[in-house]
Design a protein around this ligand. Structure first.
Ligand code: HEC
Ligand SMILES: [Cu+2]
Length: 325
């Protein structure tokens, strides 16, 4: 039995090791995540030690000499090991935990970048503060500057979701009617993965996102660049199809008629690495598949399938979407 399952265990371990860098609380790339990782290791080591001691006591209790069994069964041993030890250990641990995580609560410091993230069934609405107070809408991918403190302002549009990017920080719930703020900082450029960590119905497991940490200059340039308005006849047909099919009732493409706010903002959808909240890579094939049979890709998602397009029309629509950067 064991021998037969070994290859599967090995394969599983290997597959899990693939996740280690992008989405792991044990591979911290930010201050808060580092504290969480430290606490994790301390708890793990402490628990391992206690397990060992209990194991030895159990062995001595069953197999030990008469004397050791008498010592283990004494009132004193029970008061010390069963009452005093847990009370002292847990109190010290609580104090240490509170002290360690101090300063990770967000405060309204000037100069801190604010990004609003709203949990929706089953994707992420994102808003950056643009120049002179205007909001810049994005979705499903968070770009942040490396080395800067960021206040991620968390809200929910429907049910409870939870924002968790293990490599960058702790987990914080997105609760309807409340605003929670999470402080994040990425210490090195890279791509970090986050996952909705509170069951929110249906395709909750397919509600993930990527956080792309860019050097400050690159980030500012990306934010300032705004959305490109594609020009030329090549994209005209796709844009017309987008409008006539009614995509604009739910989606916004800045600079066009499309101004719906039911679904993700598509002004720069062509620049995203993934589609449908990190469900599938953003390729032309997957775009076409998502439009025509999105329920097969992300069962239960709130976008209706559009079977009305010919392959040719789908191609034109996809070309238009890809050009939105
Ligand atoms: C009834 C509203 C509605 C209509 C109409 C609609 N969509 Fe969507 N769309 C959604 C929702 C909701 C999502 C988010 C799905 C998810 O990931 O859970 C979405 C997601 C998408 C995405 C993925 C976006 C991302 O950030 O990954 C694309 C691309 C897209 N829609 C294109 C289209 C196109 C093209 C049309 C028209 C043919 C269209 N949509 C019509 C609601 C709509
Ligand atoms: Cu969820």
């Amino acid at each position: 039995m064991i021998r037969r399952s070994l290859p599967y265990i090995a394969a599983g371990t290997f597959a899990l090791s693939g996740c280690s860098e992008m989405q792991s609380a044990l591979a911290p790339a930010g201050d808060e995540a580092r504290r969480v990782a430290l606490l994790t290791w301390i708890l793990f080591a402490g628990a391992a030690m206690i397990l060992l001691i209990v194991g030895i006591a159990l062995y001595l209790g069953i197999r030990g000499s008469e004397r050791s069994r008498r010592v283990l069964g004494s009132d004193k041993a029970i008061k010390l090991g069963g009452i005093a030890f847990p009370v002292v250990t847990l109190t010290v641990l609580l104090g240490y935990g509170v002290w360690l995580m101090r300063g990770t609560i967000a405060t309204d410091q000037p100069g801190t970048l604010r990004i609003e993230v709203t949990g929706e069934q089953w994707w992420w609405r994102v808003a950056y503060a643009g120049r002179n107070g205007t909001a810049i809408a994005e979705a499903n991918e968070l770009r942040i500057p490396v080395g800067r403190e960021i206040d991620v302002v968390l809200r929910s549009a429907d049910v409870i979701h939870s924002f968790w990017v293990p490599s960058l920080g702790g987990k914080l719930d997105m609760i309807p009617g409340r605003t929670n703020t999470l402080r994040l900082k990425a210490e090195r450029p890279g791509i970090y993965r986050g996952q909705c960590a509170e069951y929110c119905g249906g395709p909750h497991a397919l509600m993930a996102m990527e956080i792309v940490a860019l050097p400050d200059g690159e980030f500012e340039a990306w934010l300032a660049a705004g959305a490109a308005t594609p020009t030329g006849d090549r994209h005209e047909r796709g844009r017309a199809l987008f409008e006539s099919a009614g995509c604009g009732a739910c989606h916004t493409v800045r600079g066009t008629q499309a101004s719906g706010v039911v679904g993700p903002d598509l002004s720069r959808v062509g620049a995203r690495r993934f589609l449908a909240a990190a469900t599938v890579p953003n390729t032309p094939e997957n775009l076409a598949r998502f439009i025509a049979s999105g329920q097969a890709i992300k069962p239960g998602n709130l976008m209706p399938e559009f079977k009305i397009f010919s392959d040719d029309e789908l191609g034109a629509l996809v070309m238009y979407l890809v050009s939105l950067k």
